[in-house]
Each structure stands twice: as structure tokens, then as C-alpha cells.
Design a protein around this ligand. Sequence first.
Ligand SMILES: O=C(O)c1ccccc1N[C@@H]1O[C@H](COP(=O)(O)O)[C@@H](O)[C@H]1O
Length: 212
Amino acid sequence: MNTLVKICGLTRKDDVSCALDNGAAFLGFIIECPSKRRLSVAQAAAIAPATLAAQRVAVTVNPDDALLARIMDEMTPDYIQLHGDETPARTAEIARNFKVKIIKAVGIASDDDMKDAEAYAGVADFILYDAKPPKGEKVRGGHGIAIDWNVIARAPTPKTFAVAGGLNPENVAEAMTATRAPIVDVSSGVELSAGVKDAQKITAFMDAVRNG
Ligand SMILES: O=C(O)c1ccccc1N[C@@H]1O[C@H](COP(=O)(O)O)[C@@H](O)[C@H]1O
């Protein structure tokens, strides 16, 4: 299987180039939400122009229409990733009103969470299964916490889906084998510090995916 990679939480032009050189299919930018990797819309537009040879993903948390309009006008991303508490109805509304492809992130800790995620199958272009953030944590992702991949393995999954959460060069092959994910997503697992990617780790991650 030709597994695609999404590298998320990019904040620097050099890291964008490194991700592209290594063959990442999706590049994620955390836009105007609580995060150590937070970018303004203008900053994201500057490091992720529409000419990039990868799908550009604007990662948002419970965005209102005003923020979405600014993102669509200034950054023109290929996907909006909804990483908050957006309901299936709100997800469908955003896809319809902004005519943009949607990735819906869903926190997974149990079989019931996989069942709940099914509600997004018809409304998001694909679901991204991520770990739940620690209780009471305002920052909704990027904590380097892994999902129990067996929970994904024993659930029915759509044809296209992504697995995120605590992936790194050492464990991604095992995650791929366990989940059969067509897309894997990594942020903190290829970093030196929050928002600062490590070129060697990116290369090692991509090699592990190719050989996995
Ligand atoms: O990375 C963040 O700071 C972040 C903030 C708000 C929403 C999502 C965020 N990151 C997403 O978390 C997953 C997994 O990250 P990790 O590999 O466990 O570090 C990834 O999709 C990021 O987009």
C-alpha cells in the first residue's frame, strides 16, 4: 500500500521545503487557536502559497465563519481540518458554505468513539483519528499521545482515513500494520521543539513509511 503522509504543525519555510523534498502529501498549519505552533492566517499564507506541490491543510478548532472566510480568502487551503467539537451538522455546513474539502479530527480512546466517528463519514472528505487531549487541556492536539491502534483495527473504517497521535519514526510502521491507515499524520514526532521540525526525523519518518 502506498501510504500518504501528512506533516502537521509546520511554522517555518525551511521545514515546509524539507517536508516537500521528502514527499509529504499533506502539509498542516495550525491557525489561530491555542497552540505552541499557532500561526496567524497571514503567516500561514506566507509560508504555504497555493503553488506548493502538496495539499495545504488549515488546522482549526471550532472556527467561526469570520475566521473561515479569512482563511479561504487569504490562504486558499485545499482542506480545512476541524480539530475541535464541531458536530456533523456544523461540519457539513462548513463544507457546503465554504466549498472546501474537510478533514474532521476525532479523539479516539474506545470502541464507542469509533462508533461516534461514523457520523462524520458522509460529511467530511476523510476522518483523522487522533488521541484525545489530556482532560481540561485547552490545546486540542499535538501532544504526542498515541491511540491504542487495536481500537481502530477492530472497527469498520471508511476507505480513506488518517491516523495521528504520537507517531514517530520508530513506531509508524507498527501503526500502519495495525491500522492499515491510507494516511498517517505526524507533528511532535518529527520535532526538535514545538513548531521546530527536525530534518533528520522527517527523513527517518518518511523512510519508515516507505519501508513499512
Ligand atoms: O499541534 C498542535 O499544537 C495542535 C493544536 C490544535 C489542534 C491540533 C493540533 N495538532 C494536531 O495534533 C495531531 C497529532 O499531533 P502529534 O503527532 O501527536 O504531535 C496532528 O494532526 C496535529 O495536526
